[in-house]
Design a protein around this ligand. Structure first.
Ligand code: NAD
Length: 337
């Protein structure tokens, strides 16, 4: 049975990198069909809302969405569409691979790790923020639940198991934040005991930051709570050359949304120089999720080959002289060889 993917082209450079990505998916003959849906500025123009109900219905129906970056208008009272989608579909796992690619400006080679960030609780509660004392004191609640911790840690171990990964590191601050972070660590230890074949390591978040910068190769899968995950996953993107190559997946029980981590880059929109790699890598993650790992690997290996051998086809941010379209063309040629 063919899988339909809800596709949000997105704002700014979104349509350019999405067209390039769909061209590559078509060349791979993945048997996917697409339903194009509106979100972001396009939706605001057409429907008067950043994410219309019809788009939510399509994501719910198909269970899978590929999303270009969206612009959230600033200072007009709109809340982030990405946060809205996460809440609406209870997308509890934010999964961000950090993989080294050739020709990138980065400190290390051969990094291949994944951060799994809890996406729905922790320090990210909209109802846990309060200003008191005439605006002179800010209160932010951190809420961690056993159920939320169990599902994210289990997700990390299952991901490790299914991908032949050897180690899961739980990052926490249980020594100081004894309640919420302490609960997360307790749960992580319990779940880890169910997976004796996978090495379990626990690490305090400040040490984890230092270790990631000094010796990142020791990490395989990192699982952590919302705020630490937000920070650590960007740190990991920095280790492999920045957001241009950073894909992300937001996964729930009923839906999964795959996206580039970077934004809509309005400064280069329409210039045809946007790097499509992050969205292509998100599409590869989507194929993994759909059980088409060989095709996902083909995209990752193809990107590696193009970056290594076709500098004329690579976008300027990666030091090349090509365009979004030439990159896609070079990748398609590689895949069809
Ligand atoms: P940005 O990621 O859009 O851009 C930061 C810098 O990186 C810019 O110089 C841009 O040109 C460059 N850049 C980003 N992606 C690139 C690519 N694929 N190829 C080449 N260069 C690239 O961040 P920003 O400027 O802070 O945000 C712009 C808009 O994007 C805002 O409206 C913000 O709300 C939105 N945003 C959306 C998402 C998302 O939908 N996931 C994430 C972050 C920001």
């Amino acid at each position: 049975m063919s899988q339909t993917v809800a596709v949000i082209k997105g704002d700014g450079i979104g349509p350019e990198i999405m067209d390039a990505t769909l061209q590559v998916l078509d060349a791979l003959e993945c048997g996917l069909t697409y339903e194009f849906i509106d979100a972001g500025l396009v939706a605001l123009d057409k429907h008067g809302t950043l994410i219309p109900q019809s788009s939510l219905d399509a994501i719910e129906k198909h269970g899978i969405a590929l999303k270009g970056p969206l612009t959230t208008p600033i200072g007009k009272g709109f809340s982030s569409i990405n946060v809205q989608l996460r809440r609406h579909f209870d997308l509890y796992a934010n999964v961000r691979p950090a993989i080294s690619f050739p020709g990138t400006r980065s400190r290390y080679d051969d990094i291949d790790m994944i951060t799994v960030r809890e996406n729905t609780e922790g320090a990210y509660l909209s109802d846990g923020q309060e200003m008191i004392d005439d605006g002179n004191t800010g209160i932010s609640v951190i809420k961690v639940t056993r159920q939320g911790s169990e599902r994210i840690v289990r997700y990390a171990f299952e991901l490790a198991k299914q991908n032949g990964r050897k180690k899961v590191t739980a990052v926490h601050k249980a020594n100081i934040i004894k309640t919420s972070s302490g609960l997360f660590l307790d749960v992580a230890r319990d779940i880890a005991s169910e997976y004796p074949e996978i090495e379990f390591q626990e690490m305090i978040v400040d040490n984890a930051c230092m270790q990631l910068v000094m010796n990142p190769h020791q990490f395989d899968v990192v699982v952590t709570t919302n705020l630490f995950g937000d920070i650590l996953s960007d740190l990991c993107a920095g280790l492999v050359g920045g957001l241009g190559l950073a894909p992300g997946a937001n996964i729930g029980e009923k839906a999964a949304i795959f996206e580039a981590v970077h934004g809509s880059a309005p400064d280069i929109a329409g210039k045809k120089i946007a790097n499509p790699c992050a969205l292509l890598l998100a599409a590869a993650q989507m194929l993994d999720h759909l059980g088409m790992t060989a095709k996902g690997d083909a995209i990752r290996q193809g990107i590696r080959a193009v970056l290594e051998n076709r500098r004329d086809m690579v976008t300027p941010d990666m030091g090349g002289t090509g365009t979004t379209d030439t990159f896609a063309q070079a990748l398609v040629e590689h895949l069809q060889r």
